[in-house]
Design a protein around this ligand. Structure first.
Ligand code: GLP
Length: 263
């Protein structure tokens, strides 16, 4: 695990976007796993800028989103499909047929969840998975006690997650309590994982994810199994980590070894 203690959310977004654009240059048909929520918006802004300034084309990429609320239509402003169109897809050159979401409407959801897994496989697997984290340690919508080897399926949201997201719904609107989500096993199959977390409200989840025991009670802790995962944290999200000095030192060493072309 690599822990990057960044100066700000903007700095983290610069680093994450740079990593995605570097991999995109090497592989124009990159397969991206995407996240929603406030955390990845800065990265999406930078990807849109890269497209609009002619630095990058997304015409050959495929995207797989982590999750979607059950039965919210794509036209609903709180649906994750609406979010992605607004912050990324409408502003870049990705073909609509290259955009994939877990099934969240209609019948036979579990069978279609399996199809989602097969679609990922058929495109060669996810190259980069972008992640945020819930204040209870969830990744995607894999709530505490999700199986560490789970695959795409339907999950019931916890009261904590519902409470965290309640601010997005008007009082007359019904907040969905179910979601389709990639499993933890699906997520950790990605070749590279880039997780961002900002603000004090993520500090405990980050402590448990990075320095706690591996436990389904903190789904993020499953990332400790991954061989290429980087956490981009602001100072508040990193504030409960006990080995902050060590992480800074490893970062300096890595930069030095790269400068010397020894990595
Ligand atoms: C939701 C999403 C997660 C996201 C989390 C944090 O629950 N399913 O993928 O990481 O919210 O959201 P935010 O980035 O707004 O803090």
């Amino acid at each position: 695990m690599r822990i990057r203690l960044t100066a700000s959310a903007d700095h983290a977004a610069d680093l994450v976007a740079h990593e995605i654009l570097t991999q995109l240059r090497a592989k124009p048909n990159l397969v991206l796993g995407l996240a929603t929520g406030s955390t990845p918006i800065g990265v999406y802004k930078r990807l849109v800028d890269a497209y609009q300034t002619g630095v990058a084309s997304f015409a050959k990429i495929h995207t797989f989103n982590l999750d979607e609320y059950l039965d919210l239509p794509a036209t609903h402003p709180q649906s994750y499909r609406f979010f992605m169109q607004r912050y990324l897809f409408d502003a870049i050159d990705i073909p609509a047929a290259h955009i994939h979401f877990p099934p969240s409407e209609g019948k036979r959801l579990l069978r279609r969840c399996q199809r989602y897994e097969m679609d990922i496989q058929e495109l060669g697997g996810i190259d980069i998975q972008l992640l945020g984290i819930g204040s209870n340690g969830h990744i995607g919508f894999n709530e505490p006690t999700s199986s560490l080897r789970s695959r795409t399926r339907i999950k019931t949201l916890t009261p904590k997650t519902l409470q965290d997201n309640a601010r997005f719904y008007a009082s007359h609107e019904t907040q969905p309590t179910l979601a389709a989500t990639m499993g933890i096993g699906t997520i950790i199959d990605a070749r590279t994982i880039l997780l961002q977390a900002f603000g004090q409200k993520k500090a405990e989840a980050i402590r448990a994810t990075v320095e706690g025991p591996i436990s389904s009670y903190c789904p993020g802790s499953a990332l400790q199994f991954h061989e290429d995962v980087t956490f981009f944290l602001d100072s508040e999200a990193a504030s409960l980590l006990s080995m902050r000095d060590y992480y800074q030192q490893t970062q300096r060493h890595e930069e030095q070894l790269r400068r010397e072309d020894r990595m």
